[in-house]
Write a protein that binds this ligand. Structure first.
Ligand code: BG6
Length: 484
């Protein structure tokens, strides 16, 4: 068998995209609760109001909410994350379905805003603590190993409005305290922890929308604070339970040079360093890589890393390297012949309905590249296909496109494992339908389980098994041998 006997086959969900119950049981609103669907530039924005009554819109996770502004909700607007697919009220049924599929792992995120809705000073929200305890126990009931992501973009909105979000060093202590509650309360129930989801994404967004060098400076400082916070939590998790395995995660952004011009390769290498390795090198190796300064200089930012932060980064190295992988892209210094939804079209690849280019071979390459670089166990958190599904009159959903996507990616992953890559597991996005993070849509579905919920706010919220549900069940039963 290619995969080890204890290979973690499973899936992923995330609090802000699946739970709903946005204002129930003491939870405070997060940025996600103010987000509208994506605009014509594929960017989700939130509305805000200034103290003088003027209103504006701010792009998601850009860190660019003006000082003094408060997020606002607009009347008559549908906010997809408010009810999402209502996992908060369906978690027993949902986890039972994952149990039926034979899941061995579920990567889920804990909403910080349920645990500490108004910050450490105002105290823990016991109802939030109990909710996740029940969820974790429910997973255990079916032999599902929880992989707990501590932060997936859902801190309370007041931290952004009043504290300046991650640009404020005080947030590091708040996050560590939040993590301490989770690590202590759920000791034994969970032993695999992921400190941050796709830690490289907020800076990517900041680079896309920033207006000044000061915005960029703040973007880099925010990420530095998150890297330090992550390293502190790795140390804490090891102290609280030596059995804990702690990782951090990067969004896979793997690319090819579009031409064989050496300059295209150089550009690719620079973008990989700036967009991915700058982060993973820090959380895996415990220090900023030698090329970091040239990136900061090029961007015009100045990063003064204190001795205390250096010590924390060095002491808080992760136990495994997690990454997501959906697609690949092309990079060039020349004009490209064609584009697919704004990205350079790779003529060798198909694309999803949303223009994401499907590349299982690139997945194999990513696995080799990361294992070769770090020699640490890898964990694939998030790989999947967003597509529109049709619920038939008899309650079936035929999604051969999803099966095909996964079959090809799992086959590629299997080859990488046979060739020596040490892989702990594979959790597929998103196992149960939920709200798309990038577009805010419910029609962009990823799950094996269909949820009858729609973008106009209608739906019964009933759960249905897609064809891919039965297929993945077989894959798990055969430990990845039967991909037929
Ligand atoms: C990942 C995110 O990058 O991509 C998920 O961690 C997200 O939250 C997933 O849902 C797919 O992206 P989208 O925009 O199709 O939801």
């Amino acid at each position: 068998m290619a995969f080890p006997k204890n290979f973690l086959w499973g899936g992923d969900i995330s609090a802000a995209q699946i739970e709903g119950a946005w204002d129930e049981d003491g939870k405070s609103p997060t940025e996600a609760d103010y987000l509208l669907g994506a605009d014509k530039n594929s960017m989700r924005v939130a509305c805000y109001r200034m103290p003088d009554g003027t209103e504006g819109k701010v792009p998601v996770m850009s860190g660019m909410l003006p000082k003094g502004a408060k997020y606002i909700l607009k009347d008559g607007v549908f906010y997809p994350n408010h009810k999402a697919t209502d996992f908060y009220h369906h978690y027993k049924e949902d986890i039972a379905l994952l149990g039926e599929m034979g899941f061995r792992a579920l990567n889920l995120s804990i909403s910080w805003a349920r645990i500490y809705p108004y910050g450490v000073e105002k105290g823990v929200n016991q109802k939030g603590v109990e909710f996740y305890r029940d969820v974790l126990k429910e997973c255990r009931k079916y032999g599902i190993e929880p992989v707990v992501t501590l932060y997936k973009y859902d801190m309370s909105a007041f931290y952004i409005e009043d504290w300046g979000g991650w640009s404020n060093r005080k947030l590091i202590d708040e996050y560590v305290e939040f993590a301490r509650v989770c690590l202590t309360e759920y000791k034994g129930l969970a032993t695999i922890w992921n400190t941050f989801n796709e830690i490289n994404v907020p800076l990517m967004l900041c680079k896309m929308v920033h207006k000044t060098t000061a915005d960029l400076q703040r973007g880099y400082e925010e990420i530095h604070n998150q890297l330090v916070a992550s390293a502190k939590v790795v140390q804490l998790a090891h102290q609280i339970d030596p059995d804990n395995k702690v990782g951090c995660m990067c969004a896979g952004c793997f690319a090819y040079p579009y031409t064989c011009d050496p300059n295209d390769f150089l550009k690719l290498q620079q973008e990989a360093q700036a967009g991915f390795y700058l982060f993973s090198d820090v959380f895996v190796r415990g220090y900023y890589p030698s090329y970091a300064k040239s990136i900061f200089d090029k961007e015009g930012v100045v990063m003064n890393v204190s001795e205390e932060d250096k010590a924390d980064l060095a002491a808080g190295k992760v136990d495994y390297m997690a990454f997501s992988y959906y697609n690949s892209s092309c990079i060039t210094t020349h004009e490209a012949d064609a584009t697919v939804k704004g990205s350079i079209k790779n003529p060798y690849l198909d694309a999803s309905e949303w223009g994401w280019q499907i590349d299982p071979v690139g997945f194999k390459r990513a696995l080799h590249e990361l294992y070769d670089r770090y020699q640490l166990p890898l964990l694939v958190i998030e790989n999947g296909l967003g597509a529109q599904d049709t619920l038939e009159a008899d309650g079936t959903i035929h999604d051969p496109y999803r099966v095909d996507y996964m079959k090809r990616h799992i086959a590629a992953m299997k080859e990488a494992v046979e060739e020596g890559v040490d892989l702990m597991g594979y959790t597929m996005w998103s196992c149960i339908d939920l709200v798309s993070a990038g577009s805010g849509e419910l029609r962009k579905r990823y799950g094996f389980v269909y949820v009858d919920a729609h973008d106009d706010g209608t739906g019964t919220f009933k759960r249905y098994r897609k064809d891919s549900f039965w297929w993945y069940k077989k894959v798990i039963e055969s430990n990845g041998e039967d991909l037929g």
